[in-house]
Design a protein around this ligand. Structure first.
Ligand code: AMP
Length: 438
């Protein structure tokens, strides 16, 4: 299906073909006609599906047909809310690119940078504002952003906004908007809180969903390397060095862990940089640019920092630590092996993480092959310590063996004995499958 059949204006076609897109992606094909009709929409799609153009193109067209932009001071007519600064910057860039042949103005506001240049841009008047919720409210409080003329609201990555605790801010923003407007909500997952928000916000929405990107089925080789926690860094440096990897995205669970690991890699002679929410906007942009340009070999990221970033088709993704939420594993490994490219996703798993690994395998409905690397065999006598969510969890495995609670004494903790003795043996699920196949 060509772009032409979607009924977009010539200026938008021109911008899209200059980007080199030949045909709309499935989410674009499904969402654009509904949005052009003026319907509310609930979109199930994650980064990498083309969802940004899926809402930006029809948004631009709607603004063009809802009346000519006024000369001089313009009112903000479309608002796009995103969870992170990076995503806000990327969406704003897309708005610029797709709207380059239209007389519409846009700007972006997010925290972590000076507010005055943003105020200046808002004063000049914009039709479209892309924003993170906190900084937007700062502007509202300072009366530098007027949201009373909004015709179109987009909530991008709504589930992540909720995860990041923005629900109150979002509700405050929504309370400032006119009742009559078109609302588009995009989310990769639909937990109850999102459904509740959607029920309150959306008026007989069109529902569109694109099949979850399933890296397990798309040429991504997945492997688990069983290793003791304290030897993970050494193993990572060994893997990067011995395979001569040039571009590796490494995930850690915490900001602190990301910083520490990138410093340690540097001491091992491997160029690395960390990206997470505590870094200034400038530092995050630089880190990403250096990584994309091949100036640093390793980008160490937390899930939140990586979410929404346009970094894909990487040859190697390493989970230095497994995520607490199994779905994040799918997001992480989705960074590799896209669009027919081969990719490798490796997870360094210590005994404390075997439960998380089981959760992931249940979610992706397959066992990930275990490979023990010679010289890094885990110590079978080490017993698992529960991993606590929240502060300091990265230290659990190093905790000195002191007085243990009743649970630790009585319950059988998972150990590497079951796994490490026979690393090549397929897991229970695979064995069952094989039995059925026979
Ligand atoms: P998104 O999911 O919006 O972050 O988009 C993911 C990537 O797909 C971006 O790099 C876009 O430039 C690209 N993209 C969006 N639409 C198309 C299309 N119709 N054809 C090819 N690539 C696209």
């Amino acid at each position: 299906m060509p772009f032409k059949s979607l009924g977009l204006r010539a200026e938008l076609h021109r911008a899209v073909s200059e980007k080199g897109y030949n045909a709309p992606t499935p989410i674009q094909r499904q969402a654009i006609p509904h949005i052009l009709e003026g319907r509310d929409l609930m979109g199930g799609a994650q980064t990498g599906t083309g969802k940004t153009a899926g809402f930006t193109l029809p948004l631009l067209q709607r603004l063009m047909s809802s009346g000519k932009p006024e000369k001089g001071r313009r009112a903000i007519r479309a608002l796009v809310l995103t969870p992170t600064r990076e995503l806000a910057a990327q969406v704003a860039e897309s708005v610029d690119i797709y709207g380059r042949y239209l007389p519409l103005r846009s700007t972006v506001v997010y925290g972590g940078v000076k507010i005055n240049p943003q105020i200046q841009k808002l004063r000049n008047g914009v039709d479209i504002l892309v924003a993170t919720p906190g900084r937007l409210l700062d502007h509202v409080n300072q009366k530098t952003a007027d949201l009373s003329k909004i015709e179109l609201l987009v909530l991008d990555e709504a589930d992540r906004m909720l995860d990041m605790g923005f629900i109150r801010d979002i509700r405050k923003v929504i309370a400032l908007l006119p009742r009559k407007k078109q609302t588009l909500l995009f989310s990769a997952t639909f937990p109850n809180e999102i459904k509740r928000l959607a029920n309150e916000l959306l008026n007989s929405p069109a529902l569109v969903e694109v099949a979850r990107h399933n890296p397990a089925a798309e040429g991504v080789t997945q492997r688990v390397h069983l290793v003791d926690n304290k030897r993970k860094r050494e193993l990572l440096s060994f893997m990067i060095g011995s395979n001569n990897w040039k571009q590796v995205l490494v995930f850690t669970r915490t900001k602190h862990g990301a910083n520490r690991l990138s410093k340690q890699l540097l001491t091992d002679g491997i160029t690395a940089t960390a990206i997470h929410g505590n870094k200034s906007q400038g530092a995050r942009t630089r880190a990403l640019a250096d990584f994309k340009a091949g100036k640093v070999r390793v980008l160490v990221a937390t899930d939140i920092a990586a979410r929404g970033l346009d970094i894909s088709q990487l040859p190697h993704v390493v989970n230095f630590e497994l995520p607490h939420v199994a779905e994040d594993y799918v997001h992480r490994i989705g960074r590799t092996g896209r669009a027919g490219n081969e990719g490798e996703a490796m997870s360094l798993v210590c005994v404390d993480e075997l439960k998380l690994l089981r959760d992931i395998e249940r979610l992706i409905k397959r066992d990930i092959p275990r490979v023990v690397i010679e010289g890094f065999e885990p110590d079978p006598s080490i017993k698992a310590e529960p991993i606590h969510k929240g502060r300091g969890r990265q230290q659990t495995a190093n905790r000195p063996a002191g007085k243990k609670g009743a649970t630790a004494r009585n319950k059988r903790q998972p150990s590497f004995k079951d796994h490490a003795n026979n690393p090549g043996r397929p897991g229970r699920r695979a064995r069952n499958r094989a039995r059925h196949a026979r």
